[in-house]
Design a protein around this ligand. Structure first.
Ligand SMILES: [Zn+2]
Ligand SMILES: [Zn+2]
Length: 359
């Protein structure tokens, strides 16, 4: 390159005495610059990364063309065409469209946007003040092509999208979905606030199941229907037989008095004729009794839910721990998926089902 160019363009600096190697920025308007045959291309690491594996094509291009401004667009074309993540790069109007849509929605709703401007996380507060996040994956043909949306919901998120739709309309649709689930979350929030939840460890807004502590090694697993949150949920009592059997009888006997106008927690109290231990009255540690075999409470996601039925023992075990323990004993016997053996603590008969195989 002629040295005059370097003077005119302070962003391009020679790196060697022969002035065959340059680094810096090149403006496309500069034309008719002759390059030596030993031209080397120095560029930013991003462009280098793009051109990796295409060095021979770049060399051919540099032989064919004699000016910087011919080479660069060619290199860019090679690089962009060959890189899968760049192939679907949206046209310029994609970005102007996105900005005007975000302006209409309000920038305060934007929690996150990735460096490609393709994935957005939008904030949405429901009328009870719960905070939700809508993740939007825009297609390069946005808004002609509908975006992919996801959120922490107990139901599939169905969004109506037309080529005229905007992010603001999408956000309003999401708010309506949130309102339709207000009763569901109110039911679960009350349970989470006033009882000790053994499972899930950290409930998400999508979780419909709660395992509520009733007493030492006794709990009830409820599955709340997001569409009918105030109806009698699916219930499963867990614990030693001598404690669970009377509770089960009460549940069956009082089921008919379930009142859909009242909350699920109040109904459960009335139907089971119990008071649930609450964070106000009890420590959680009194319900999270560790497994009698591995001495821990959580084993991956599992909690010790196999309880010795002898009323004087009542020792809880993880299903997997008890199964492995009993299977290793010569005195145990197995029939189909059930192992019959003795409680490691009190030697009274105990049974365990084979732990479900992890998929
Ligand atoms: Zn265990
Ligand atoms: Zn026992």
């Amino acid at each position: 390159m002629e040295s005059s160019l370097v003077k005119e363009n302070p962003l391009l600096l020679p790196l060697n005495q022969e002035k065959t190697i340059y680094d810096g920025f090149i403006t496309v308007q500069v034309t008719h610059v002759c390059l030596c045959a030993s031209l080397q291309l120095h560029c930013c690491w991003q462009l280098k990364h793009l051109l990796r594996g295409y060095e021979c094509i770049v060399k051919q291009v540099t032989k064919k063309y004699c000016t910087v401004c011919c080479i660069l667009p060619c290199c860019m074309e090679v690089a962009l065409k060959s890189h899968p993540e760049c192939r679907s790069m949206p046209p310029p109007q994609y970005y102007s469209q996105l900005i005007s849509e975000m302006e209409a929605l309000g920038w305060d709703k934007l929690l996150f946007i990735d460096t490609e401007f393709r994935t957005l996380r939008l904030k949405a507060d429901d009328s009870s003040g719960r905070q939700h996040v809508l993740t939007v994956q825009l297609k390069s043909k946005h808004p002609a092509e509908p975006p992919e949306c996801s959120a922490d919901l107990p139901i599939p998120l169905a969004i109506t999208w037309t080529p005229q739709s905007t992010l603001e309309q999408l956000h309003s649709q999401f708010l309506l979905v949130l309102e339709s689930l207000a009763d569901f979350w109110a039911v679960l929030d009350e349970i989470d606030r006033e009882t000790w939840i053994l499972e899930p460890e950290k409930p998400s807004r999508a979780d419909t199941m709660r395992r509520i502590a009733i007493g030492n090694n006794v709990s009830i697993k409820v599955e709340v229907d997001p569409r009918h949150p105030k109806m009698l949920p699916e219930c499963c009592l867990l614990g030693a037989e001598h404690v669970v059997t009377p509770l089960r009888s009460k549940l069956n006997a009082n089921m008919h008095s379930w009142n859909p106008d009242s909350s699920v927690l109040h109904n459960l109290r009335d139907v089971l004729e119990i008071e649930f231990p609450s964070p106000a009255t009890h420590e959680k540690s009194s319900f999270s009794v560790e497994c009698g075999i591995c001495y821990s409470y959580r084993l991956e996601a599992a909690i010790p839910d196999q309880v010795c039925n002898d009323p004087r023992c009542g020792q809880p075990f993880h299903q997997a721990c008890l199964y492995e323990w009993l299977r290793a004993l010569p005195s145990s016997r197995q029939s189909f998926s059930i192992v019959f053996g003795e409680c490691p603590y009190c030697s009274k008969p105990i049974t365990v089902k084979m732990a479900a195989q992890k998929s």
